[in-house]
Design a binder for this molecule. Structure first.
Ligand SMILES: [Zn+2]
Ligand SMILES: [Zn+2]
Length: 367
């Protein structure tokens, strides 16, 4: 009976899960004997070996209490980490990255992209290096801010990367994660001149968007990326500011449609320019008291075609009216367990989101 189940399960993680549950849930008597148990194990391992190449894309949105850290595991097994959360708190954020890495069977970060030099994004880098090896570091170039807090984390970052492979990204660059297309679409205040393949249509939602006061500091310099696996597309623009996001998406939408959008700047702001990307699902990496601004939340929620908005935290400022339904929030309490949200995506564009807090998951079939 369980052989037919086995043939239906083809991803590496599903197989490992099946291996675990098979040996736990099927009593030894049902398997007949120890010999049969060993036979089942052999089959599962053999299937796992032959199915390694059929892995999905996995994205872990790690709770750094209002900072950012997003672990991307390619079907090839190579990894891209976007930001590393805060320093301090006894290495809390690096611990959470390491925990998610363990769940994803990740032993090494091949590429680390620091979107910009703010403590909630790059602060955790030195702690991370104590837990996981990192291959190549990417960032948008020297910091432009001089406050003591920024200097402290920026200098710690420079110290960490000084004898390592550090590369400065500019719009149009790619990050060579095997099995994925990762294109840098914004960096150091600029954006790609030419639209990505298939993009470049006029964005009908640009009319009437008022520019905001320019912010010529780190957030505006965020390195933003589009990550693609076949038809599945994910947009992560770090803390990109209102004017810069509008410049990327208006009057023509240079990045095209996306399935998944990480709401820029922890959900602190946001213009209707993002409607042009028509995200199916938005994820907000807010903390209990950081990001999750009710006005910004409402803007994203109103995006035409948006099926759901998931959050890393319940945003206290918003109350129930401007928060996602509880099952789609990874952490409800201010003093939380630091749950991540996990997205599993396939080449045909379908994806699933899983909340380990309540084991709730939802599938978004390919369109
Ligand atoms: Zn931030
Ligand atoms: Zn920032």
């Amino acid at each position: 009976m369980f052989w037919s189940r086995a043939t239906r399960l083809y991803t590496r993680n599903a197989l490992i899960y099946m291996y675990d549950t098979l040996l736990e849930s099927v009593p030894a008597t049902a398997l007949g004997s120890n010999v049969m148990r060993k036979g089942a194990l052999f089959l599962v391992v053999a299937l796992a070996g032959s199915a390694m190449f059929a892995r999905n894309l996995e994205i872990f949105f790690i709770d750094t209490e209002g900072g950012q850290s997003t672990l991307i595991v390619s079907p090839s097994g190579q990894t891209l980490l976007i930001d590393a959360g805060y320093s301090d708190y006894s290495g809390r954020d690096a611990d959470r990255i390491a925990d998610a890495a363990k769940v994803g069977h990740v032993k090494r970060i091949d590429y680390l992209l620091i979107t910009h030099h703010h403590s909630d994004h790059e602060g955790g880098v030195p702690n991370l290096l104590e837990r996981l090896p990192v291959g190549v570091f990417f960032d948008p170039g020297p910091s432009v801010e001089t406050s003591a807090e920024h200097q402290r984390t920026y200098e710690a970052y420079l110290e960490t990367v000084k004898d390592r492979d550090r590369r400065i990204v500019k719009p149009g660059d790619t990050i060579p994660v095997k099995g994925l297309e990762v294109t840098v679409v914004t960096a150091n205040g600029g954006h790609i001149d030419r639209p990505l393949n298939g993009a470049g249509q006029p964005n009908p939602f640009c009319a009437g968007i008022e520019p905001q006061k320019d912010e010529n500091a780190e957030n505006a310099r965020s390195a933003g990326v589009i990550v693609e696996l076949g038809k599945f597309r994910f947009a992560d623009f770090g803390d990109l500011t209102w004017n810069k996001e509008v410049a990327l998406l208006c009057p023509e939408n240079r990045v095209g449609k996306v399935d998944l959008y990480l709401i820029s700047h922890h959900g602190g702001e946001g213009s209707k320019a993002i409607y042009g990307m028509a995200p199916r699902v938005a994820i907000m990496n807010n903390g209990p008291r950081k990001g999750g601004d009710p006005a910004g939340w409402k803007t994203v929620k109103g995006s035409p075609g948006l099926e759901d908005l998931w959050q890393l935290h319940f945003a206290i400022a918003g109350g129930s009216a401007t928060n996602a339904p509880d099952p789609m929030i990874a952490n409800l309490e201010e003093r939380c367990a630091g749950n991540y949200l996990k997205v599993t995506a396939q080449e045909n564009g379908s994806f699933e989101i899983f909340n380990p807090r309540n084991k709730y998951s939802k599938t978004y079939p390919a369109k």
